[in-house]
Design a protein around this ligand. Sequence first.
Ligand code: CP
Length: 298
Amino acid sequence: MKDFSREEIDYVLDTAEKLEPVARGEERSKLLDGKIIALLFFEPSTRTRLSFEAAVQRLGGKILNLGSVEASSVMKGENLADTIRVISNYADLIVLRHPLDGSARMAAEFAGVPIINGGDGSVNHPTQTFLDLYTIRRESHLEGLKIALAGDLKYGRTVHSLCYALSLYGAEMTFVSPPELRMPLEIVRDLQKRGLSIKETDSLEKTIGDVEVLYMTRVQRERFPDPEEYEKVKNRLKVTGDLLRSADPNLKILHPLPRVNEISPEVDSTQYASYFEQAFYGIPTRMALLALAIGVIE
Ligand code: CP
């Protein structure tokens, strides 16, 4: 997200808004007619993979799916650079999710077609950020937003990407996490250099009454080198009906999903829960990113 200016982000969000009727199936589009989009997912995914598939299909394009890594030549030892070079000749754009930090940027150096980063390690998840911003713009407001980012801020690529984008809109950010899962110092310093004052706490109770958006995240078991460390922190933060008694009535709760225990199911039917709409907004925002990256709209 550090590569994007505020004007460029707004342009993507405006484009997504125009495509929303297509995402809902209310209008038809052939913007990607004749185009092939390759999906290379080296990590599990439900929303990113399927919303990209839905976006391509709604725009009349075709999908080339690597499928399970076990069924590919990665199992014979083929490296990522060679895989990318080869698939560049089969498709017009590649969406890549990979567990290694920096993999998408590296892939872009070997690709003959555009690469969209569908999440690399614990560093970036920029397409998630576009749909998060789109959701916030639809359900609340972006300029000067008071937002709490909560949960696994150490390994959470969604929050790492999101806080850079929010800094362009003058957001007031509070980071809520167990001390072991604090936002990396390098990111906090970057944000401070951009003129933001960041609050940090381990208490949702002390934060919930002061924010317009709560962005909750899962503690990601798969990123912990030591399983015992995960056990110690996994249930420290939880959004419940009780907690929300002190919330602003206009509060919106977002979550990139999947969730485990960090949002109680009783919250799903409240006016605060925006996370399922958020998951839908992955379709128009990914449509916009695909169409702009391929160059079928400018
Ligand atoms: N939010 C998100 O990236 O979900 P998936 O891992 O299911 O794609």
